[in-house]
Ligand binder design. Structure first.
Ligand SMILES: Cc1cc2nc3c(=O)[nH]c(=O)nc-3n(C[C@H](O)[C@H](O)[C@H](O)COP(=O)(O)O)c2cc1C
Length: 157
């Protein structure tokens, strides 16, 4: 009924729904990015996103970010450009990017920080669904880092 990102499978197009761009990615946190820095990212993101009609979810755990962003395509494109030049993370892997007429998955979350307990499963599912060779290689690298060695060395080798 739902795919691995929670999108309904085979749903009819809802022509009354807004046109939304969705961007789902994972990345590795740069050295020095800790919970306090992530709280600052969330605070600022929530203020920016509410003004730009962007909603979504951010997961942070074991030095890895996972984020789902949805909103008007022009605004989401601008944010994607910002994210790619933000030195607080790297190894950005696009897991899903689409433009569709649909209702929001997270209409009330202008960027909600959610627990990281399931990040391994989320990445594993993304790997199983991935087709792009670069994405597969990077996801495998992240998973190897997650399952081997001290987690605080993640992203520093
Ligand atoms: C993991 C991560 C998630 C982020 N999420 C958002 C977000 O949802 N919205 C946002 O405006 N900025 C977010 N940012 C910050 C942007 O990369 C960028 O700093 C921000 O858009 C401000 O850009 P500006 O300095 O050009 O104004 C995030 C940064 C990181 C590292």
């Amino acid at each position: 009924m739902f795919d691995e990102y929670g999108f309904p499978k085979g749903a009819d197009v809802d022509y009354a729904a807004p046109t939304l761009e969705t961007f789902v990615y994972c990345s590795r946190a740069a050295e020095g990015v800790d919970d306090a820095e992530v709280d600052r990212i969330i605070d600022r993101s929530q203020r920016r996103n509410v003004a730009r009609d962007i909603t979504g979810v951010l997961v942070f755990g074991s030095g890895v970010f996972f984020q789902l962003i949805e909103g008007p395509p022009a605004r989401v494109k601008d944010l994607i450009a910002n994210l790619h030049s933000d030195p607080r993370h790297y190894d950005i892997v696009t897991l899903d990017r689409s433009v569709e007429k649909r209702e929001r998955l997270y209409p009330n979350w202008e960027m909600e920080l959610v627990g990281a307990d399931h990040i391994h499963g989320v990445l594993q599912e993304a790997l199983e669904a991935a087709e792009d060779e670069n994405n597969i290689a990077t996801l495998r690298r992240i998973l190897v880092h997650l399952s081997s060695g001290p987690l605080d060395t993640l992203g520093r080798s």
